[in-house]
Ligand binder design. Structure first.
Ligand code: XMP
Length: 590
């Protein structure tokens, strides 16, 4: 299918969210590298330039083919909408003034609309919008008028309707921008004149046909994870080819949550998968991770261990012989992040470790012995397809769980250190990852002694202090007695985390709170006393797709029950709740 809207990826995690939001309007959209030649974009009705972490003044920062917005090239070219960095880039390339910001602005702001134009048609009054930027447009290019401003950003939107070029500093694609959908609708339908052409479940018959065509008379095998993507891809293949021709291998890494292997075994049995096996690789993973503390090293080692184990399975099961092809649950954003063959490597920050470096799998890919039935779909579209296929809603609605599993929720360190008391709270020298303006940083955490009054307190504190990227509140334990102690990934600590995670998950499920949560990481940090060296962080969040997130409060009664039970677990000294939104904190702590 040809996209009516192409989203140019200027390096933000948001570019996929933009394309997804356009698809939600029923219009097919794809993502392409920002530098895509303007001549390749002529068939699109509109082009959206995404946000990104760079400054237009950085050398090598993403840019676009200038012909896309240059006067001599228009008007037959597509209409253009710049978002965040996209607005700065348009202003910069067309001779406007972009001011370098030092600290930036992350979070909610209020838009005052000065002039509705086409972009803000039907939107009136003060509007809540979401901002995440450092630089600002301080002077619009010639021919552009200013549509609106916020308190800290005098040029929050610009347009040149004659040239059909529009831009906003805020993010219309995130749910916190309440008028965001309307802004996108105005651009997609009002400006670009797109027609509705997209419905994911309408694609199922075609996808099954493609599977049969790719497979020919060969069989398909999958490495399944129990997650939504590989399960839906597997089920599509089961339907297309029948159970005898579709095999599944589940690798038990020992880094999974309590009861996970049993859950997956049961779920696949219910799907009618007769050729399903569990491969026990617990020892391989734990041995490889012994003594390692660095987060990225952990991810790397886990990636390598997956490679080793998958090679072993490929060998022992003869999956490399000619009558097998590999099935994968790759979804659309993965084809771009991992430099898939669709459009080449994009600039979206590679956050997840991809495991497609296995030599045997590379060989299968090189020989085109691979079927990826979901490679055109976004996650929520995959769920829609899963529902249509009759997959258990409990499986489809499971919270996302990271590939490296509990390993990245079990923080490790080589240091011994004490927390520092300040007027704002305790600075705890445990480094957790944050994403301010999209760049990932490891910084300490600030711990409060009581819940703050306002939900915006944490964001304000981080904006003000700068040296931290996460705010937690203590709900159990005496911080003045706590120290950070050296800790690694041991079976004892993983078991401790597994137990605590299960207690929290069961309580969350039983109370119904879990239905209101998008993801609920439970994190073990090496912060406690000599007898009880760890603390637990509860991190329930609301999100639409993990790209942005809001920390949520656990109801008091439920929190008390959780704390009571968690505090009884061997080795646990303290319990904290994470109050940080994303941005500036990531969902996971590593
Ligand atoms: P962050 O922490 O970046 O997480 O806000 C966003 C989403 O991605 C998941 N995540 C991962 N998933 N491998 C994965 O498969 C990883 O290494 C990884 N790191 C983060 C995270 O759980 C959240 O849903």
């Amino acid at each position: 299918m040809r996209p009516q809207i192409t989203v140019l990826d200027a390096g933000g995690q948001y570019c996929h969210l933009i394309a997804r939001k356009v698809r939600e309007l029923g219009v097919y959209a794809e993502v392409a590298p920002s530098e895509t030649h303007a001549s390749e974009l002529l068939s699109a009705k509109g082009v959206i330039i995404s946000g990104g972490p760079s400054s237009v003044y950085d050398s090598g920062s993403p840019t676009i083919d200038r012909a896309l917005i240059a006067q001599e090239f228009r008007p037959e070219s597509p209409a253009v909408l710049g978002i965040c960095y996209g607005q700065q880039l348009i202003a910069y390339l067309l001779g406007g003034n972009v001011q370098k910001g030092l600290k930036g602005e992350y979070g909610l702001a209020h838009l005052e609309i000065a002039h509705q134009g086409t972009l803000f048609a039907g939107i009136t009054g003060r509007q809540q919008v979401w901002m995440s930027h450092r630089d600002l447009v301080a002077g619009a290019p010639d021919g552009f008028s200013v549509l609106g401003s916020t308190e800290t950003c005098s040029i929050a939107s610009i347009e040149n309707p004659a040239e059909r070029i529009f831009a906003v500093q805020f993010h219309p694609e995130v749910v916190h921008t309440l008028c965001g959908r309307q802004v996108l609708e105005n651009f997609v339908f009002g400006v670009c004149g797109c027609e509705k052409d997209w419905d994911p479940t309408g694609q199922i018959a075609l996808v099954e046909e493609q599977i049969r065509e790719t497979a020919g008379d060969r069989r398909v095998f999958f490495f399944v994870s129990g997650g939504v993507d590989s399960t839906v891809a597997y089920t599509l293949c089961l339907k297309a080819l029948g159970p005898d021709r579709v095999h599944g291998v589940y690798v038990d890494t020992g880094l999974m949550r309590e009861g996970e292997t049993e859950f997956v075994r049961d779920a696949f049995a219910k799907l009618g998968a007769t050729a399903f096996q569990v491969h026990d690789a617990k020892a391989t993973f734990l041995d490889a991770l012994a003594g390692v503390t660095d987060p990225e090293k952990k991810r790397h080692i886990i990636g390598e261990a997956f490679v080793t184990v998958q090679e072993q399975v490929l060998e022992s099961e003869h999956f490399l012989s000619g009558d097998w092809i590999l099935g994968q649950g790759t979804i659309y954003p993965d084809t771009i992040e991992s430099g898939g063959d669709k459009i080449g490597k994009g600039k979206a920050e590679v956050i997840k470790t991809h495991h497609n470096r296995v030599a045997g799998i590379q060989k299968l890919i090189a020989e085109q012995r691979i079927v990826e039935p979901l490679s055109s779909f976004y996650k929520d579209e995959v769920r829609e397809i899963g529902r249509e296929l009759g997959i258990d809603p409990a499986l489809l609605s499971r919270h996302p769980f990271p590939g490296p599993g509990l390993a990245i929720r079990c923080l490790c360190t080589t240091e011994t250190a004490a927390p520092q008391t300040t007027a704002d709270g305790w600075i705890v020298p445990i480094k957790s990852v944050g994403v301010q303006g999209d760049s990932r940083t490891y910084r300490p955490v600030i711990a409060l002694e009581a819940f703050p009054e306002s939900d915006e307190f944490a964001a304000d504190l981080i904006n003000r202090i700068g040296e931290v990227n996460r705010v937690v509140v203590r709900v159990h334990g005496d911080i003045s007695q706590f120290r950070v102690y050296p800790a690694t990934l041991t079976a004892t600590r993983l078991d401790r985390l597994r137990r605590v995670d299960a207690i929290v998950r069961n309580a969350s499920l039983a109370s119904g709170f879990d239905d209101t949560v998008w993801q609920f990481p439970v994190v073990l940090i090496p912060f406690g006393t000599p007898d009880k060296p760890d603390s637990v962080v509860l991190r329930p969040i609301h999100s639409v797709d993990g790209m942005t997130a809001n920390a949520i409060r656990i109801p008091d009664a439920l929190l008390s029950r959780m704390v009571e039970e968690v505090a009884l677990v061997e080795g646990v000294a303290g319990v904290f709740c994470d109050l940080t939104n994303k941005p500036p904190g990531t969902i996971e702590w590593e």
